[in-house]
Design a binder for this molecule. Structure first.
Ligand SMILES: CC(C)(COP(=O)(O)OP(=O)(O)OC[C@H]1O[C@@H](n2cnc3c(N)ncnc32)[C@H](O)[C@@H]1OP(=O)(O)O)[C@@H](O)C(=O)NCCC(=O)NCCS
Length: 389
C-alpha cells in the first residue's frame, strides 16, 4: 500500500485550474471584458445574430454570406422534432421542471439518431460531431416550446420556416410572429448566453467529451450542470426576488434583511468577475428600453432599487451584479414563463458547449483528477448480524 509522500494541494472548486488552451472565449474578470473568438461581446450584441455567433463559436471565424445562409438553412431543416419526442414530452407530468423536460428530450434525441456515435478522430469525425450538435441546437427551442404548450394542454406550434432562431422560439411559444424589436432583444439575450469559457456546465460537457462519448451525452451533461441555482437557476431566482420585493420602497429592507441573514442576493457575485459583468450592463440597458416599450416600468425600477441597495451594502467587496440580475426580467417582459429561463440559457449555450467539446477532443486526454483519501484502511468486515445498531 503506497502512502502519499508529497504535500497535496486540494483545488476545491478547481478555482484557477487550467484544463486546456482555448481560442474560444476570453473573460477578463478584473477589467469587465468578454470576447468570443476575439470579438467583444459589445460588438457582437450590437451587430451579430445568434446563428452567426454560434457559427463563430463553433467554426472559429465569422461566416461569409453564403456560409451563414447554408448554416441557417441547415438549422432550419433540423428544427422539427420526431413525433416520438413529442409523445415523450406529453407523457411527462405537467408539473415536470422544464429543464428536466429538455434534459430528458435531448437525451432521448440520441436514441432517434440511427448513428448517435461518431468517430472523434480526423476532420470527418469532427464534422459529424458538429452536425449532431447542430441537430440538438436546432431542436432545443422546439422541444422547450412544445413542452410548454403540452403542459398547458395545447397543441405545439411546429417551427415556422423563414424565421430566425430567436424569432422562431418566440413564435413557437405563443403562435405569434414577434416584431423586429422583440426578436432583436431575444437575439441579444441568446448571444449573451451562448458561451462563457470553462464554467461548471462547459466543464461537465468537457469531462463527458473526454471519454469519447457521443454528442447527445455531452450536451445532456451540460444541461444537468445547469440545474442548480448557483449556475443555471439564478435568473429565475433573481426575478422571483424582484417580484417578491414588489415595490421600490421595499428594496432597502429586503437587502438589509437578506444580508443580515447571510442570504445571497441572486444575480450578484461571480467566480470570475470581481467587477461588473459586461453582460449585465448590456442586459440592463435592454431591460430599461423594453420596460419603456411595454409601458410597464415598475418591476424594472424595483430591480434597479434592489441593485442599488445591494451595491451600497456590498461596497468594498468584489460582489457585483452578474448576467442574471436582469436576464430574467428581460425574458419576463418578452412574455416567457419563469421556469423556461434556464432552458433558454441551455438552448443558447449549446453553441459554446459544442465549441469547447470539439476543441478539447482535438487533443483529447481523459479527464481523471484525484481525490485525497483521508478515511481508515484495513477495517475487518463484520457480518451484518454481528453489527451493533
Ligand atoms: C456565483 C457564486 C456562486 C460565485 O461565488 P464564489 O466565487 O464561489 O464565492 P463564494 O461563494 O465563495 O462567496 C464569497 C463570499 O461572498 C459572498 N457572496 C457571494 N455571492 C454573494 C451574493 N450574491 N450575495 C451576497 N453575498 C455573496 C459569500 O457569502 C461569501 O461571503 P463570506 O466569505 O463572508 O462567507 C456566488 O456569487 C453566488 O452564489 N451568487 C448568487 C447566485 C448567482 O447569481 N449565480 C449566477 C452566477 S452567473
Amino acid at each position: 500500500m503506497s502512502s502519499i509522500k508529497e504535500p497535496v494541494v486540494i483545488h476545491k472548486g478547481l478555482d484557477n485550474i487550467y484544463v486546456k488552451e482555448s481560442r474560444i472565449c476570453f473573460v477578463d474578470g478584473e477589467a469587465s471584458k468578454l470576447f468570443y473568438r476575439g470579438y467583444s461581446i459589445e460588438d457582437l450584441t450590437a451587430h451579430s445574430t445568434y446563428e452567426e455567433t454560434a457559427y463563430l463559436l463553433i467554426y472559429g471565424t465569422l461566416p461569409s454570406k453564403a456560409q451563414l445562409q447554408e448554416f441557417m438553412n441547415k438549422i432550419e431543416s433540423y428544427r422539427p422534432i420526431d413525433s416520438g419526442i413529442l409523445q415523450l414530452l406529453q407523457s411527462l407530468p405537467t408539473t415536470c421542471n422544464a429543464l428536466d423536460a429538455l434534459r430528458t428530450a435531448v437525451s432521448a434525441l440520441g436514441s432517434y439518431d440511427p448513428e448517435p456515435e461518431t468517430t472523434s478522430w480526423g476532420v470527418g469525425g469532427m464534422e459529424a460531431r458538429i452536425d449532431k450538435s447542430l441537430q440538438i441546437l436546432a431542436k432545443a427551442p422546439t422541444i422547450i416550446a412544445a413542452f410548454d404548450r403540452l403542459r398547458n394542454h395545447q397543441d405545439p406550434f411546429p417551427p415556422k420556416p423563414g424565421l430566425s432562431h430567436a424569432a422562431d422560439f418566440l413564435y413557437m411559444l405563443s403562435g405569434k410572429v414577434p416584431d423586429a424589436y422583440d426578436t432583436r432583444v431575444m437575439d441579444v439575450a441568446l448571444i449573451l448566453h451562448a458561451e462563457h469559457e470553462m464554467n461548471a456546465s462547459t466543464f461537465s460537457c468537457t469531462v463527458t467529451a473526454s471519454t469519447l462519448a457521443d454528442m447527445y451525452s455531452i450536451i445532456t451533461s451540460g444541461i444537468c450542470a445547469l440545474r442548480g441555482p448557483l449556475h443555471g437557476g439564478a435568473n429565475e431566482a433573481a426575478l422571483k426576488t424582484v417580484m417578491e420585493v414588489g415595490d421600490v420602497s421595499n428594496a432597502e429592507s429586503y437587502v438589509t434583511q437578506a444580508l443580515a441573514e447571510k442570504r445571497r442576493i441572486m444575480g450578484f457575485g461571480h467566480r470570475v468577475y470581481k467587477t461588473w459583468d459586461p453582460r449585465y450592463k448590456i442586459l440592463k440597458k435592454v431591460g430599461a428600453e423594453l420596460a419603456k416599450k411595454k409601458g410597464d416600468e415598475a418591476l424594472f425600477e424595483t430591480a434597479v432599487a434592489i441593485e442599488n441597495s445591494a451595491l451600497r451594502h456590498l461596497a468594498g467587496t468584489p460582489i457585483f451584479p452578474n448576467v442574471d440580475s436582469y436576464s430574467g426580467l428581460v425574458f419576463h417582459m418578452l412574455g416567457i414563463p419563469i421556469d423556461l429561463f434556464t432552458p433558454i440559457f441551455a438552448l443558447s449555450r449549446i453553441a459554446g458547449w459544442t465549441a469547447h467539446s470539439i476543441e478539447y477532443l482535438e487533443s483529447n486526454r481523459l479527464i481523471r483528477p484525484k481525490a485525497l483519501y483521508v478515511g481508515p484502511l484495513g477495517l475487518q468486515y463484520v457480518p451484518i448480524e454481528q453489527r451493533s445498531s
